[in-house]
Design a protein around this ligand. Structure first.
Ligand SMILES: [Mg+2]
Length: 215
């Protein structure tokens, strides 16, 4: 089976990346900025609270080497799936430098081969266009079945649904503080994941089940 993951708020909580950026900003511009940033309601407010030029803080946010770790559940699930012989991939929207730094910090190269890592800026199109998913289909020899695991019904599942993939999403913001707290039920059917799970751990049972019915 080919199991492809979204990155932010699917394999790790994106707020961890945001907090890492706050620490990087404080390291460069002064520790006194930290409290206001951490008390802000959202990243935009946090950046404003520094009083620094927006281009400076946003540049640092995008380009800093993040201090983030793969949560133990993601580590467990990725190792189990890789050890069971599944092919793993990644489709993520974002800038190349930002996403590459995250992938490196999380150690995802242990589980995902470089030719199955698709970042929208490198692909040249956002994930909704379907190009990243089609590239993965072209690059995998065993021909599926294909699974995409994501968190954002606004954009994650449209293309893989159209391509006949099994799409899996989180019931209510997978990590508890997801930046996108969208409920799939509020979206048209083409946006919704085929299957909803509570946490990444449930994926293991689902994959075993899909293997059984595909045998
Ligand atoms: Mg996401």
């Amino acid at each position: 089976m080919v199991i492809v993951f979204d990155l932010d708020d699917t394999l790790y909580p994106e707020m961890e990346f945001v907090r890492s950026a706050y620490r990087a900003i404080a390291r460069r511009y002064g520790r006194g900025l930290l409290l206001a940033m951490f008390s802000a309601a959202n990243p935009r407010e946090a950046f404003d609270s520094t009083g620094l030029p927006a281009a400076e803080v946003i540049g640092l946010y995008r380009n800093h080497v993040p201090d983030i770790r793969l949560p133990w559940m993601s580590l467990y699930v990725l190792s189990r799936l890789a050890r069971a012989g599944h092919t793993l991939g990644l489709v993520t929207d974002g800038r190349s430098v930002t996403q590459r730094h995250k992938i490196e910090a999380l150690g995802l190269a242990r589980f995902i081969s470089p030719d199955l890592i698709m970042i929208s800026e490198e692909v040249g199109e956002e994930k909704t266009s379907g190009r990243a998913f089609r590239s993965i289909m072209n690059r995998t020899e065993d021909g599926g079945p294909y699974v995409y695991v994501g968190d954002n019904p606004a954009k994650d599942f449209i293309a893989p649904n159209r391509l006949g993939w099994t799409t899996i999403g989180f019931r209510r913001g997978g990590n508890g503080e997801n930046i996108t707290q969208a409920d799939p039920a509020d979206f048209p059917e083409e946006n919704r994941p085929l299957i909803e799970i509570e946490n990444l751990g449930e994926l293991l049972g689902l994959v075993d089940f899909c293997e059984l019915i595909n045998e």
